[in-house]
Write a protein of this length. Structure first.
Length: 159
């Protein structure tokens, strides 16, 4: 898709109803998870590095939302790329931009949750040094998950 790029967005409470509904649909499409729109609008996303969308200016095709857990640790709350765009480097580029901005804000480690059957996401995270640190049962509707943590790195390792 031409013209797609990762860009920061205004806080979700300033998004139009139409835009938040579309991003909600993207989350359902890519993760199977359903979220209440009011809950999405109230997520405690960090304005410095936690509000990323993959967009062509008219339609959002991805998101990476994160919050601070501590002075040095960030938690990724949501990371999705539209199914038709997966495997084209958009996830890697979104992670790179997020990590660069988070590191420049003093963050040095990252934590996230991922479905155990999301092999492509797990590969992306492992290549950036994250490792499963805990098993979470019942976190997702139809599958269990991993809590993954590690040093915050913008680029994948060569291994």
């Amino acid at each position: 898709m031409k013209g797609l790029q990762w860009t920061t967005s205004p806080p979700l409470n300033r998004w139009s109803d139409r835009r938040i509904q579309r991003i909600r649909e993207l989350i359902v499409e890519t993760t199977g998870e359903t979220y209440n729109i009011d809950r999405l609008r109230s997520l405690p996303l960090d304005k410095r590095f936690g509000l990323w969308v993959l967009t062509d200016g008219e339609r959002d095709k991805g998101l990476l939302w994160a919050m601070c857990l501590s002075k040095s640790r960030v938690r990724v709350l949501a990371f999705s790329v539209a199914d038709e765009l997966q495997g084209q480097g958009y996830g890697s580029e979104g992670w790179r931009k997020f990590a660069i901005h988070a590191k420049s804000s003093g963050m040095s480690s990252v934590q996230l949750e991922v479905r155990q059957d999301n092999d492509s996401a797990i590969r992306l995270y492992r290549r950036r040094g994250l490792k499963p640190q805990g098993y979470i049962s019942g976190f997702y509707r139809d599958n269990d998950g991993w809590v993954m943590t590690g040093h915050l790195r913008a680029n994948p390792s060569s291994q």
